[in-house]
Design a protein around this ligand. Structure first.
Ligand code: BLA
Length: 510
């Protein structure tokens, strides 16, 4: 990788998948799938093959491993031949220099990548996994899924601390379950800013669901490549070296080894099982896979729960929309149909107030700003919002005229009815003042120093993780996808109640 400077503005652009290095516990061999020549090899391969890295590049595996002896040659040839490109990842056990290794195979473009790491023959995981699976299944019924998950995963990997870290709507995250050694300070309930896990890292964790950082103090091993090869894309690799920024973060936290497993729901990264050890700790590949299996079970339970609850909420709102549709067909004016019957626009979301704006008239229900304030907001919407639907739980970030109206309107959901620019429905949510416990006060540490070929400047992960309480103001509760869908369905129903009839109703209404 060419030199890259990490600073405040590009932290999420650091190309962490092509750092050109692996962690010290492993050894990597990249073989071109067509020519069977070695195109990448980590500098430390001698201890496995008895051949220097520089002497392996550009040679066929048979040629370069000739010096390693027939046995090693056959072993390597075995998995190269067997590996089928259709299968994403394969693991082989292989004996090298009298030691047992796993060869973890993945593909990167036209390169077959074999990552070798020590295998622990004594590891027997079946009973532990069965036990973990059955406890997690039982706990799901008792609504203790996440607590049980961290407990079972801790018992499998034996780390000092195991947490469930859940991503929130604004990209920040919160520790929602934790099990730890008694002497450690709890992190449960603490919030962490979005920048602690930058965007490109989250993307990688969606593709490659397990991340082991075995020891923050070891020096990474460079991966050599042939002149014609570009830096190896290690998206699918397990031994990928870690960004120096994240290593510093872990050291600031006092953590020596870290392990995380992705929880993915509906193709979105819902959270991570985040695990810390305060001394260096390598986890055998089979145990990592077992922990992932438990996490996958948790993901599937969470997926089902979310689907069930979304279905219930959506069904509730669909019912309201149906009732409003009946009102619309029955009544002569939009005002009568939408704000004067038993079921009104106010039932269609969790808002505390709503305004139906038709031409110059404003009809309100519940807790709303006064008519003058709504009128001003309406004019701002006409001028500034081109989309048919706009929602925010922090209006103050968009609109300068929020003085005196936050109590009822810190958050708004605005839908244009589409008949006239003046016609819109505005739902209001009141200010929700609450506190958030952050792990450390956000601070900018100015540093400028070189680590390898990376210059770190302007930003460093914070050094203090002491709890810091923020009082959150000017914000309402968030608008859910179901609420926004409900508002959009109402517009559709209004328009569907025949264009002609809507026009008639509007005329009568004036
Ligand atoms: C990665 N940051 C991560 C990971 C976690 C966190 C879990 C995944 C890798 C791992 O398991 O260690 C953050 N860890 C946390 C949080 C908790 C925790 C929030 O235990 C809460 C309890 N980090 C910064 C800044 C930058 C940064 C300022 O604080 C960048 C400028 C970067 N974090 C960063 C990068 C990665 C990362 C680049 C990816 C590491 C990798 O996979 O190579």
């Amino acid at each position: 990788m060419d030199s890259f400077s990490v600073d405040l503005t590009n932290c999420d652009k650091e190309p962490i998948h092509i750092l050109g290095k692996i962690q010290a516990y492993g050894c990597l061999l990249g073989i071109h799938t067509k020519t069977r020549t070695v195109t990448y090899v980590s500098k430390n391969c001698y201890k496995l093959f008895g051949v220097q890295a520089e002497d392996m590049l550009n040679k066929t595996i048979e040629e370069c491993l000739a010096a390693a002896g027939e046995y090693i040659q056959q072993e390597i040839a075995r998995f190269v031949n067997e590996f089928s490109v259709d299968r994403h990842k394969e693991t082989y056990e292989i004996k090298l220099q009298d030691k047992l290794y796993y060869a973890i195979i993945s593909q990167s473009g036209e390169t077959l990548v074999a990552e070798f790491e020590p295998a622990d023959k004594t590891v027997i995981i079946n009973d532990r996994v069965y036990d973990g699976v059955s406890k997690i299944i039982a706990s799901n019924a008792a609504d203790k899924l996440l607590d049980s998950a961290v407990k079972e995963i801790k018992s499998i990997i034996s780390y000092d601390r195991v947490m469930v870290y859940r991503f929130l709507n604004d990209g920040s995250g919160k520790v929602v379950a934790e099990v730890k050694e008694e002497h450690l300070e709890p992190f449960l309930g603490l919030h962490y800013p979005e920048s602690d896990i930058p965007k490109q890292a989250r993307e990688l964790y969606k593709i490659n669901k397990i991340r082991l950082i075995a020891d923050v103090d070891t020096e990474d091993v460079p991966v050599l490549r042939t002149e014609k090869s570009i830096t190896l894309d290690m998206t699918h690799c397990v031994q990928r070296a870690v960004s120096p920024m994240h290593i510093r973060y872990l050291k600031n936290m006092g953590v020596h080894s870290s392990f995380s497993i992705s929880i993915i729901i509906n193709d979105k990264l819902w959270g991570l099982i985040a695990c810390h050890n305060y001394t260096p700790k390598f986890i055998d590949y089979k145990i990592r896979e077992a922990a992932k299996l438990l996490s996958d079970i948790v993901s599937s339970f969470l997926f089902n729960k979310k689907r069930e609850s979304n279905n219930l909420i959506a069904a509730k709102y669909n019912d309201i929309v149906r009732k409003l549709q009946i009102n619309l067909l029955k009544e002569n004016t939009l005002v009568k149909a939408l704000v004067q019957e038993k079921t009104t626009l106010l039932n269609a979301t969790e808002a505390h107030g709503v305004a139906l704006c038709l031409e110059n008239n404003i009809h309100t229900l519940g807790s709303t700003p006064d008519t003058e304030q709504i009128d001003a907001l309406k004019s701002w919407t006409i001028e500034n919002i081109s989309k048919p639907i706009f929602s925010t739980n922090k209006l103050i970030e968009y609109y300068a005229g929020t003085d005196g109206m936050l109590q009822s309107a810190a958050g708004v959901l605005i839908v244009k009815i589409g008949l006239d620019a003046q016609d819109m429905i505005i739902w209001f949510k009141p200010e929700y003042i609450h506190t958030v416990q952050w792990a450390g006060k956000p601070e900018k540490n100015i540093v400028a120093r070189k680590e390898g070929n990376i210059t770190l400047q302007d930003i460093s992960p914070r050094t203090s993780f002491d709890a810091w309480t923020e009082v959150v103001k000017h914000t309402s509760e968030a608008w859910s996808e179901e609420e926004i869908e409900s508002a959009s369905n109402i517009v559709q129903v209004i328009l569907e109640t025949s264009h002609k009839k809507s026009k008639e109703l509007l005329e009568i209404n004036q």
